[in-house]
Every structure is written in structure tokens, then in C-alpha cells.
Write a protein that binds this ligand. Structure first.
Ligand code: SF4
Length: 183
């Protein structure tokens, strides 16, 4: 079984005899994903699976996660700060800020027409070939032990209104949300 799973992860089965320090970072990540699917789960939670890997290995790991979904029928919940990984891997995305979901919907729709100011700020911060100046969201994430009242994003929001400081609103599906609202 161990060798079968290694082969499914793209690792030669004879590598099963080796210690972790004899494997590359990408191979170790594949082994961890293999451990996660060995009991045939219906859901795999992949928490920052590409952190500290180079770009090429990142692409291989994301392809592996897609294969898990497409070929093995396993649902994959990807937790990441990497919006490129979301764009390449996911069907739906839930954007979280300060421990709460602020926007949720199909990936294509959220990336093309983000409604929440935090999502808009995140996407504006992504660096691409045409980037001339770096953009960031002013301020810093709140202390979750003492979060701001009302909408948790209000200290950083460019569209903040007096009501936002006392009232938050639940996230809405992307298709039904309003520009600037929904935190
Ligand atoms: S509720 Fe107000 S502060 Fe929060 S994201 Fe919407 S506009 Fe900005």
C-alpha cells in the first residue's frame, strides 16, 4: 500500500526505504499528501501546502492536488495566502479577514469582480509582469483577542462609514453582494 501511494504521488516506490532527509522538499510534501489520502478520505484539508517551495515545485504540488480531485474524487480544501494558487486550483473561494469569511463565491467571479474592499485590496497587491509600483492595504490585521467593533475591516477600509464602526454585516454570496458592503 505504501509503495502504491508513493507511485500515485509521482515518487518512485523504491524511495520508501529512504529517510526524510534523503528526499527533496517537494518529495516530502508529496509524501505528506500521500499520508493524507492513504485511508481514502472524502476530504483533504491542505493548509499552505506550497509554503517554502520553489515556484516549479509549487506548480507540481498544485497539479497533484487537482489530480486528487479529478482522478480520485477527493474534495480538497486549500488554505492559502497565494491567490495564484487559488486561481489555478480552486472552483470556489471564501475570503477570510480577521477570522471571518467576508466574501464567498466562484473563483472566476471573485477574482474578476471582487466586491469586498479587503478582496479588492488583496488583488490589487498581487505583483505581476506589468506592476510598476507596489500596492498594499494600509494598516495591520487586528488583534483577534480584542477585535474592532462592528466590521473588523473598518480601520483599514477606504469606504468606511460611521455605521461600519458599530455594525458588521454577514458575508453574502458574490452574485448578491453590493460594492463596498458585506463585511
Ligand atoms: S462594512 Fe464598511 S468598513 Fe466593512 S468592508 Fe464594508 S464598507 Fe468597509
Amino acid at each position: 500500500m505504501c509503495r502504491e501511494v508513493l507511485a500515485a504521488m509521482g515518487i518512485p516506490p523504491q524511495r520508501a526505504e529512504q529517510y526524510p532527509h534523503e528526499l527533496s522538499g517537494g518529495m516530502r510534501q508529496r509524501v505528506m499528501i500521500g499520508l493524507g489520502i492513504v485511508l481514502r478520505p472524502r476530504l483533504v484539508v491542505a493548509d499552505e501546502p506550497t509554503t517554502a517551495l520553489d515556484t516549479l515545485v509549487q506548480a507540481q504540488i498544485l497539479q497533484l492536488l487537482r489530480d486528487l480531485a479529478d482522478e480520485h474524487g477527493i474534495a480538497v480544501l486549500l488554505i492559502t495566502h497565494n491567490l495564484g494558487a487559488v486561481a489555478e486550483t480552486c472552483d470556489r473561494v471564501a475570503v477570510m479577514y480577521a477570522g471571518r469569511i467576508v466574501e464567498v463565491g466562484p473563483v472566476d467571479q471573485i477574482l474578476a469582480t471582487p466586491r469586498h474592499p479587503y478582496t479588492q485590496g488583496l488583488l490589487a497587491s498581487v505583483i505581476h509582469l506589468g506592476t510598476a509600483t507596489l500596492t498594499s492595504i494600509p494598516g495591520a490585521p487586528p488583534d483577534l483577542a480584542d477585535p474592532p467593533p462592528g466590521c473588523r475591516f473598518h480601520p483599514r477600509c477606504p469606504h468606511v462609514m460611521p455605521l461600519c464602526r458599530s455594525h458588521g454585516t454577514p458575508p453574502e454570496p458574490a452574485a448578491a453582494s453590493r460594492p463596498g458592503g458585506g463585511a
